[in-house]
Design a protein around this ligand. Sequence first.
Ligand code: AMP
Ligand code: ZN
Length: 462
Amino acid sequence: MAIQLYDTFTRQKRDFHPADPARVTMYLCGPTVYSYAHIGNARPAVVFDVLYRLLRVEYGTDHVVYARNITDVDDKINAAAKADGVAINVIAEKFTKIYRENTAALKVLTPDFEPTATAHMNEMIALVQRLIEAGNAYEAEGHVLFDVTSFDGYGELSRRKLKDMIAGARVEVADYKRNPADFVLWKPANDNDPGWKSPWGRGRPGWHLECSAMIEAVLGTRIDIHAGGQDLIFPHHENERAQSMCSHDGKRLANYWLHNGFLDMDSEKMSKSLGNVKLIHELLEEWPGEVLRFALLGAHYRAPLDWSQNLLVQSKTTLDRYYGTLRRLADVPAADVPAPEGFIAALHDDLNTPQALAKLSTLSTQANKAEKDDEKAKLKGEMLAIGALLGLFEEDPESWFKSDKGLGEKDLDADAIDKLVAARVQSRKDKDWGEADRIRDLLTEMNIVVEDKGEGSIWRRQ
Ligand code: AMP
Ligand code: ZN
């Protein structure tokens, strides 16, 4: 069965067919490196890492080319550099390094390319020149602007009409624009700000231009998949698309546009401007990276995901159960088998990770009950194959339980305690006495008494 992906451009799930199966190309808009990344920023990195892993299994590791850029030219970087009294590259390099460490801890594979804007200035200038020559861009007061009326397809991706965009407040109005919806390709730099020499004076590229130039430089004029968060559909991706198509004879930039939903805190998008962020490096001090990753994969990538302490506790408890299974089967050599069909079918269905994780749960229960060696070996092999696709079970099971991260959470609400108690009941059913005792100890530490009643258990606070 072909992989199906929901394409924002057509607003439907479509069978995925790469233009060239020997070179499947994928681009994700990466971080702006001016500060620490929050766990919402990690969502695209993690969910599209699962897609990258899936494509590598389907088409072969050497046949998938994945680029995720680093935005290292931006007003926010300028501001951070000024505040610290350092050059922009000091800020950009510091937070690029931290971003790489954070994503590595979340078991995100390193993309094949990580282009930076500063390393592609010549390509950006050349792209602007081509757009001016083709009549899609014009110079005005040291700025170069894209003329949105020059491209019939403008607004097609975000399904916005030009006249509504002009009426709306989302576009920056300026005297030098022919049309309020025209967007900046190049803008002048103040003497105190970083700038690059160009035919239009010393200046710097617009954000949208950076991605169009980097995509062309590292992947080519047309790519199979372009991904990012839903907030990027407009204006970022609409504008990238306009620039790239107009500079490539109208050839479509991406065959599939994929967008992840927001990670929310109390039903509001997690974002620095709202001040409701949980930073990845801080979460990693308390939780193993795989717990954060598991929590991010618990919802479908297009659905909103509410981040909470309960989600983390549940994720840790569930992963403990799977690591417990693997620990029990430590002496069983894993069979070299692919991930089970039902699991693959779930991922093929527009990366349905919640359904895929449900298969993992069933498998773990089966593995706990298995008696014959060949059955155990097969089930363990299947669990590890699933882990390889989802980026889980990279830790040694024995060490997993030695880590003190994620233990001793206090003040859990009733829902989270219910989940822990249910996990303990399941462990008992699976005859995983070690795990059942571990959960009881954890609950005791939180002054919660558990009484076993027949098949189930009840609990109360002491
Ligand atoms: P930024 O560094 O702000 O450009 O964001 C990097 C990536 O994180 C982009 O793809 C954004 O769409 C994505 N992103 C930012 N905030 C969230 C959030 N709360 N939930 C999901 N994705 C987000
Ligand atoms: Zn981009």
